[in-house]
Design a binder for this molecule. Structure first.
Ligand code: GLC
Length: 414
């Protein structure tokens, strides 16, 4: 056998830093800024070609209610989320935090408050981990585009971006996540991304960073789709609840609570996290469909969250009517299209020792042969509105082999 590769000190440290995050599985993304005043998607400034001076005037109208961050944090907690990530600055360049590097920030405009400070306090008071999203691309900064061709501009712009990242990592206590976004128009060398990550890690030794400053960082960030990373690398699928990240007054393409629970289960099955977005209005209030959905998701996580948090990657593959999560030798069957009084899993090559229906814990009868296990005597109708969960104890780590069925299927008389 090839000798086991020893884990490097860096890898050990990453494991330590990321342990809570792997267990957490579910977080809230918040896109909020001047674009929330317009309510036409967070890219409105670019999509509609709005000139900088015209867009800047939105800062006179951005006067959120006090206490809105508290509402988000409470909502996140109710939904069963364990961390939050807020846009400290999106591509429009407007900063929600107090910065010495520009006046284009909430504390120095009509708002008059450090919204990031309020957010940090709110998240902590609900026991949630704190993440900062920060856009590298900046449509407002005069050097934001010309930095690609002009070295003096690049130097100024990189000093600005690094300086703000330094402020964020210095002025708000312990941070858990730094979530860079859009590294246009520079390459990693141009951004001095390695230096940036070193600075961040020095200021925040426990922080984890994503891969959007064009370096791998600690985790990958599939956007609007759930795709596991090869090679066991950590990943987090970020997703909107409708089709916009920032508040959009007429985007009504809302996902249902059931779709969201299914996505969460899929992430947990594939070994990743789910970062689900809200786009509050300019006053900080959260659109009603998001509130309703997160409450419904919270009712589900209250009952079944223990099948999600801390789950291990699961080899049993999702079928047409159910998906799976796993903790050690325990398999959780998440049934989204209820089949009636019998739930069957084909190809399970692990001996089942017992099963129960959650949340009651009522024992479920089962029959198992080489090809399938059938859980019988279940209710005719789905016991749960969203996704019903069976907890199955196995004699070893559950393993499925569908080829076993295909190649040795029984023929002839039953
Ligand atoms: C993107 C978009 C953006 C959104 C983000 C979230 O790159 O530019 O508006 O903030 O991804 O993942």
């Amino acid at each position: 056998m090839a000798p086991r590769k020893r884990m490097s000190a860096g890898e050990r440290d990453r494991r330590r830093r990321m342990q809570w995050w792997h267990e957490a599985k579910f977080g809230m993304f918040i896109h909020w800024g001047l674009y929330s005043v317009l309510g036409r998607h967070e890219w409105a400034m670019e999509i509609e070609g709005i000139p900088v001076p015209e867009y800047e005037r939105l800062a006179d109208q951005f006067k959120p209610k006090r206490d809105c961050a508290r509402q988000w944090a409470k909502l996140a907690k109710r939904a069963g989320m364990k961390y939050m990530v807020l846009t400290t600055k999106h591509h429009d360049g407007f900063c929600l935090f107090n910065t010495e590097l520009t006046d284009y920030c909430a504390p120095k405009r009509a708002c008059g408050r450090d919204l990031v400070a309020e957010y940090v306090e709110a998240a902590r008071s609900e026991g949630l981990r704190v993440g900062f999203y920060h856009s590298l691309m900046d449509w407002h900064h005069p050097d934001g585009a010309r930095c690609a061709e002009d070295e003096a501009a690049r130097k100024r712009f990189v000093a600005y971006v690094h300086g703000q990242v330094r402020e964020l990592c210095t002025n708000y206590g312990k941070l858990d996540i730094l979530w860079y976004d859009v590294a246009w128009p520079l390459a990693p060398d141009g951004w001095e991304s390695a230096k940036m990550n070193r600075m961040v890690r020095k200021l925040q030794p426990d922080i984890i960073v994503n891969n959007r400053n064009k370096l791998p960082g600690d985790f990958s960030t599939p956007e609007q789709h759930i795709t596991a990373e090869p090679g066991g690398r950590a990943w987090e699928a970020c997703m909107t609840m409708n089709e916009s990240w920032g508040y959009h007054a007429t985007d009504d393409a809302w996902k249902t609570p059931k779709q969201i629970v299914r996505n969460l289960v899929t992430c947990a099955h594939d070994g990743g996290n789910y970062l689900l977005n809200i786009g509050p209005r300019a006053d900080g209030s959260v659109p009603a469909p998001s509130v309703r959905t997160l409450n419904a998701v919270g009712e589900w996580t209250d009952k079944y969250g223990h099948a999600i948090y801390g789950a291990d990657r699961c080899q049993v593959t999702r079928s047409r009517f159910a998906n799976f999560t796993r903790k050690g030798k325990t398999l959780y069957v998440h049934v989204h299209f209820w089949p009636g009084d019998t739930v069957t899993i084909g190809g399970l090559r692990t001996k089942v020792k017992g099963a129960k229906l959650l949340p009651s814990g009522k024992a479920v009868s089962f029959e198992q042969d080489r090809f399938r296990v059938r859980f019988t005597g279940l209710p005719e109708k789905a016991p749960e509105k969203l996704v019903t969960v069976l907890q199955v104890e196995c004699a070893s780590v559950p393993r499925q082999d569908m080829m076993y069925i295909r190649t040795r299927r029984k023929r002839g008389k039953a």
